[in-house]
Design a protein around this ligand. Structure first.
Ligand SMILES: NC(=O)c1ccc[n+]([C@@H]2O[C@H](COP(=O)([O-])OP(=O)(O)OC[C@H]3O[C@@H](n4cnc5c(N)ncnc54)[C@H](OP(=O)(O)O)[C@@H]3O)[C@@H](O)[C@H]2O)c1
Length: 270
């Protein structure tokens, strides 16, 4: 079965985690390319400000507030969007957080919070939209994970563990969704200049990218349709290769990275 790449004529786009950063920039980029975009996050006033910025663009943005950790709220949001604006053709499940880890090497609270938003929040957002796409045998879904999910990184395992699980979820879903006519993609990017990285990362982030540039690459990736949307390649491919190395080499390289990054990093990886 050939999988569809969704276009504005197929329905609306839905983005979670769109009150700031990558999600907000992707919403504006999709509106520039003619999409009606429903955006979700907890801070309604920020969502409304993003919607206001889309006035005059070929598409438009509408705000539907909700917390991705609340499964009932996500069902209500999806029902509301489809009732008012029509079928969700493209879902960008992007909401995420980087927890501050105060207890090294393992902060249970941080792990709990990261899994709650970055894994269970992803699944709770996906579930209602997947049900609807399954009934229609048509749709496109992309999830924001991170290059931090490729392999263990120093500086607190909470974020990376949650992102590794998100990548795994997407890989498994792709296999099961392909026969249903639903395209599944994962976005694994490096450092992007957003609220999250500004708040947490007190070290110089290599190849830091503006959110608008990241958004163009994400939206181009939706249009190309490949499973993994990755950037910047100069960061992604070395990390992929490092993860193929035997463990003694892998750990030696990661330890060098850790020594360069300390002091003062609380452990928010890209
Ligand atoms: N920036 C990077 O370098 C980088 C690199 C790789 C991957 N990522 C991933 O990219 C995604 C977007 O992050 P960002 O960098 O753009 O950071 P950001 O500006 O902090 O955006 C995070 C978004 O997620 C939303 N969010 C957080 N918790 C939520 C919840 N419980 N329910 C609903 N929405 C929630 C936030 O909105 P509210 O607070 O209004 O709810 C906000 O809109 C995340 O998944 C992040 O892990 C970022």
């Amino acid at each position: 079965m050939s999988l569809p790449r969704m276009q504005p004529k197929d329905g609306v786009a839905w983005i979670t985690g769109a009150s700031s950063g990558i999600g907000a920039a992707v919403a504006l980029e999709l509106a520039r390319r003619g999409w009606t975009v429903a955006i979700t996050a907890r801070r309604l006033e920020l969502l409304e400000a993003i919607a206001e910025r889309a006035v005059g663009l070929p598409g438009r943005i509408v705000a539907h507030a909700g917390d991705v950790t609340d499964a009932d709220a996500m069902r209500t949001v999806v029902d509301g969007i489809e009732h008012v604006h029509g079928p969700i053709a493209l879902a960008f499940i992007n909401a995420g957080m980087a927890p501050y880890s105060k207890d090294a090497p393992l902060d249970l609270g941080a792990l709990d919070r990261a899994i709650e938003v970055n894994l269970l929040g992803v699944a709770r957002s996906l579930f209602p939209v997947l049900e609807r796409m399954k009934a229609r045998q048509r749709g496109q879904i992309a999830v924001t994970a991170s290059v931090a999910g490729y392999g263990g990184l120093p500086g607190g395992p909470a974020y990376g563990t949650s992102k590794a699980a998100a990548i795994h979820l997407c890989q498994a879903l792709k296999l099961d969704c392909d026969p249903l006519g639903i395209r599944v993609q994962v976005v694994n990017n490096g450092f992007v200049d957003t609220e999250m990285t500004r708040r947490h990362n007190r070290y110089k982030m290599p190849l830091l990218m503006p959110a608008e540039e990241a958004a163009r690459r994400v939206v181009d990736g939706f249009a190309r349709g490949g499973f993994e949307i990755v950037f910047p390649r100069r960061m992604v491919w070395p990390l992929k290769l490092i993860n193929l190395l035997p463990y003694p080499l892998y750990f030696a390289l990661m330890q060098r990275f850790a020594n360069r990054r300390r002091p003062g990093s609380p452990g928010a990886d890209p």
